[in-house]
Design a protein around this ligand. Structure first.
Ligand code: ZN
Length: 293
């Protein structure tokens, strides 16, 4: 398919602003001792307390509808913030219950995290999400089928394409044998640029907002040239800081000023992709047993 026939209304490429509202969940899952560290917890709490309101204002200023992936644990701690996101017209996506890394869980544990996350988003915000993003972008091989069984339309955790596609899923229901995949990539995440939590995460090097924006703009230009889908992932506890938010605002202004870029939440991109009726494709698994033999 040529680049100019994939996207609607003659658009050449698509762009999405996505926000993963990890808050404290990202530092306490698998490391409950971190709950003792008041400064660490406060660093994460900055996201919902200060970052989200600032980011919501930026989104209004630039007329952007965004996607927020919210762990159930965050929604329980900050229900009003999550309801404000929904009231502002943004999409809520599933991001685990307490930011569990799917590939580190058993199938039953993955099911428990998925269902608990769904229950909380329904209770707090009255939302049944159609999109899922694996915490730590670490999807398990079982998860696509679990998502299909729960009527999810799309996942946004894989990295093997420049644009969305239909991911083939082994299923007992032939009518729903694929999941839309909206790919992400590490260069388009603010964690690697900005996160520094001593003994927990980060290289110790904190990029300037100009450096981060230059990287994100280079991928924007590159993906636009090939008719791809630019999916930026920011964390409110990182990109909600004032200097970074000002830089993000400049980036938003640039993206919305590009006349042939379709700026949309991932739900719209997923529905559009589904309507294209693409042939599903799978990712070839590697047999662990064979590797060990
Ligand atoms: Zn996350």
């Amino acid at each position: 398919m040529r680049p100019d026939t994939f996207w609607p209304n003659g658009m050449r490429s698509a762009a999405a602003f996505t926000f993963d509202l990890d808050a404290e969940s990202a530092v306490v899952w698998g490391a409950p001792d971190n709950a003792r560290r008041m400064s660490v917890i406060s660093h994460q709490a900055y996201g919902p307390l200060v970052g989200v309101p600032r980011i919501l204002n930026l989104l209004v200023e630039h007329s952007i509808t965004a996607t927020f992936f919210v762990p159930g644990f965050t929604a329980e701690r900050y229900p009003e913030v999550v309801r404000e996101i929904v009231a502002a017209g943004h999409e809520l996506g599933h991001h685990g219950y307490v930011h569990e890394q799917p590939s580190a869980l058993s199938r039953d544990q993955q099911i428990a995290a998925l269902d608990r996350g769904l229950d909380v988003l329904a209770q707090v915000a009255g939302v049944r999400p159609i999109g899922y993003r694996a915490p730590m972008w670490d999807l398990s091989w079982e998860m696509p089928q679990l998502l299909l069984e729960r009527d999810f339309l799309y996942d946004s955790s894989l990295m093997d394409s420049d644009r969305p596609y239909e991911l083939a899923v082994a299923s007992t229901q032939p009518a729903s044998a694929s999941l839309v995949e909206i790919p992400i990539q590490w260069t388009l995440d603010d964690w690697e640029q900005y996160c520094f939590l001593p003994e927990i995460s980060g290289s110790g090097y904190i990029a300037t907002p100009d450096q981060a924006r230059a990287l994100w703009e280079s991928e924007l230009d590159g993906l636009h040239a090939v008719g791809g889908c630019w999916v930026l992932t920011n964390h409110p506890f990182l990109s909600g800081r004032p200097g970074r938010a000002a830089s993000l605002a400049r980036l938003m202004a640039r993206v919305v000023a590009m006349p042939d870029v379709w700026v949309a939440p991932l739900s719209d991109i997923a529905r559009h992709t589904r309507a294209l009726n693409l042939a599903p494709r799978s990712i070839q698994p590697i047999d662990e047993q064979e590797l060990n033999s």
